[in-house]
Design a protein around this ligand. Structure first.
Ligand SMILES: NC(=O)c1ccc[n+]([C@@H]2O[C@H](COP(=O)([O-])OP(=O)(O)OC[C@H]3O[C@@H](n4cnc5c(N)ncnc54)[C@H](OP(=O)(O)O)[C@@H]3O)[C@@H](O)[C@H]2O)c1
Length: 329
């Protein structure tokens, strides 16, 4: 392992520069190379952030560069093949959400990482934000009693022009688009964290975009003991991105839960208490990857792979209710 972590990036799209900057901010490593299917995209990223080496082929980057880890930042449909490629080159991977298109692909990636004894994690950055860490602590110490209910909406209006929709990452079935895999995955991961298990019953309703992916959906999860989660995702309507966790002895409200810096806890007979936390950002998840690599761990105890697989299983169940399949599934 190098003194500073040497990262490669696969996928030179919109999120790649954000990762590049966050990694720089950690002071623990840097992106030394990036690869795209298109040399033009790779060079555009290089111009924007100043990466040393860029490639128009993933394999060429993996062969020529001495890397400690690879960040996979392609559209959802490619995560499975990109992750397997890197693992087969003997490299640890941080894979953007949604981890893969479905549970089966997720299990194959997880199995391969296990066989190769290599670190693998879903880039569920929200899980590592200080406010989220604080929420886990509060729940674990019983600050709001037993959690009975979660409400979490992730609905953002972002309408591309109708002409470009079939090629847009969000709208394209071929690219495994849809609001569920793009935004709903955060709410579902939140529910998985709050309840510590997958739901035993799932019901839902959805509206589909003309391209064949979900654009607005509501889903209701049931857990043993009458506990419930009511979640939604949309990329055609805007809703407050608030999470409300209701326990038997109090309520935690998290404004803008995917990137929270603050939370408010309300308990009977006490004034509401607002807790300010350190700023959110990709830096926290990146430091976790580095910590795991230094300690020789092949998965993070904070975002373990079995949870990623459960999240994919829940999303498969929702898509099955909607009769929604991606091409080639
Ligand atoms: N954590 C977050 O806050 C956050 C925010 C936004 C997105 N994301 C996740 O990050 C990943 C990438 O998102 P993005 O917004 O960066 O996506 P993007 O800019 O649309 O595309 C990323 C890359 O995916 C491949 N790709 C996209 N559309 C393609 C097409 N039509 N044909 C062939 N390849 C295509 C390309 O890879 P190559 O360059 O290698 O060819 C492209 O550079 C997704 O998993 C997304 O869910 C995370």
């Amino acid at each position: 392992m190098s003194e500073k972590f040497r990262w490669g990036v696969i996928g030179c799209g919109q999120i790649a520069p954000k990762f590049f900057q966050a990694l720089e901010n950690t002071g623990e490593g840097g992106v030394v190379a990036a690869a795209s299917k298109s040399m033009h995209r790779a060079k555009r990223l290089q111009k924007k952030v100043g990466i040393e080496h860029v490639y128009g082929s993933y394999e060429e980057m993996l062969e020529r560069e001495k890397l400690d880890a690879v960040y996979i930042a392609t559209s959802h449909n490619f995560h499975y093949e990109n992750a397997k490629l890197c693992l087969n080159y003997g490299l640890p991977v941080l894979i953007e959400k949604a981890f893969t298109r479905n549970q089966k692909e997720a299990e194959e990636v997880v199995d391969l990482a296990g066989q190769k004894n290599l670190f693998c994690m879903e880039a569920m950055w929200t899980r590592f934000n200080p406010a989220t860490v604080k929420i886990r602590e509060l729940i674990a110490e019983g600050a709001i009693g037993e959690v009975k209910h979660l409400k979490a909406d992730f609905c953002v209006k972002m309408q591309p022009s109708i002409k470009t929709m079939p090629w847009n990452r969000m709208y394209s079935p071929r690219l495994a688009g849809g609001a569920l895999l793009d935004l709903g995955v955060y709410s579902i991961a939140y529910a998985q964290m709050v309840f510590g298990q997958r739901p035993v019953r799932v019901s839902s309703s959805t509206q589909m975009a003309w391209t064949g992916v979900d654009k607005t959906s509501e889903y209701h999860f049931e857990y043993p003991g009458g506990r419930r989660a009511d979640l939604s995702s949309s990329f055609v309507e805007e809703r407050p991105r608030v999470a409300v966790i209701t326990g038997t002895r109090g309520i935690i409200r998290v404004p803008h839960f995917p990137g929270a810096d603050q939370l408010t806890i309300t308990r009977p007979g006490r004034a509401p208490e607002t807790i300010e936390c350190e700023p959110n950002g990709f830096e926290h998840e990146i430091r976790e990857v580095h910590r795991c690599l230094r300690e020789g761990r092949i998965e993070s105890p904070i975002m373990p792979l079995n949870e990623t697989v459960e999240i994919m299983r829940t999303m498969d169940a929702l898509r099955a209710q909607w009769g929604m399949k991606y091409p080639g599934e």
